[in-house]
Design a protein around this ligand. Structure first.
Ligand code: 13P
Length: 248
């Protein structure tokens, strides 16, 4: 019922040359099968134009890793949603834990970014997740609820049901310590329940150390509709394998 979605978040990696090469490899090898699986990549902003042309007419989508909460003006260094749309982006990550932790983004800023993205017709991928300390203090559900509710309050429940939500436990990102399928399923079911009666059609992703070895088990879970992939998305072959696993 929900079309699987695999998104590669390249983070601040690679060069102009390697980004074009990676996009080109993915575009050439991505066979969308019967169109069941959708895949997209999120390169660094400065490589968006090059990656867009490398993806060419393929069915691989393009996303950005962040967006300004503002429409335009004196916001040095920021990139607006309208600018991203101009470069063929259809997705944008908002509230990635690295933005929250390294750049102090608050849930209300994340909500403003979410609104800015939707205002330009981009589909936000709202990232939520708890730290290890929060999990150990048994605060996981409370933290996730706060991160979701901030966006619901600003944008409304309907806005969220036309977006994508990614659960990325901070302790699983880049650590090699993937959440167990049951752990991920538990939180994604909680998120779906929080999104109300229209939530059945919302695509929910898991992210955090997803690779070709663990993806299949994660995709077996009822509420996991795909993955937000970091490190493993930097290798075309591994990324393609993950996409194929989502087909079954
Ligand atoms: P890793 O897959 O490298 O753990 O990164 C996950 C992530 O943060 C994707 O947004």
């Amino acid at each position: 019922m929900r079309r699987p979605l695999i998104v590669g978040n390249w983070k601040m990696n690679g060069s102009r040359h390697s980004s074009i090469e990676l996009a080109d490899n993915i575009a050439r090898h991505f066979s969308a099968g019967d169109g069941r699986v959708e895949c997209a990549v999120c390169p660094p902003h400065v490589f968006l134009a090059d990656v867009a042309s490398a993806l060419g007419g393929s069915s691989v989508g393009l996303g950005a890793q962040d967006v300004s909460q503002f429409e335009q003006g004196a916001y040095t260094g920021d990139v607006s949603a309208a600018m991203l749309a101009e470069f063929s982006c259809t997705y944008v990550l908002v509230g990635h834990s690295e933005r929250r932790a390294c750049f102090g983004e608050t849930s209300s800023q994340v909500a403003a970014k979410f609104l800015a993205a939707q205002g330009e017709g981009l589909t936000p991928i709202l990232c939520v997740g708890e730290t290890l300390a929060e999990r150990q203090a048994d605060r996981t559900l409370e933290v996730i609820a706060e991160q979701i509710d901030a966006v619901v309050e600003a944008a409304g429940l309907d806005a969220l049901t036309s977006a994508v939500v990614a659960y990325e436990p901070v302790w699983a990102i880049g650590t090699g310590e993937v959440a167990s399928p049951a752990q991920a399923q538990e939180i994604l079911a909680f998120i779906r329940a929080r999104l109300g009666e229209k939530a059945n059609t919302v695509r929910l992703l898991y992210g955090g150390s997803v690779n070709a070895e663990n993806a299949a088990q994660l995709f077996e879970q009822h509420d996991i509709d795909g993955a937000l992939v970091g490190g493993a998305a930097l290798q075309a072959e591994q990324f393609m394998t993950i996409c194929q696993m989502a087909e079954t």
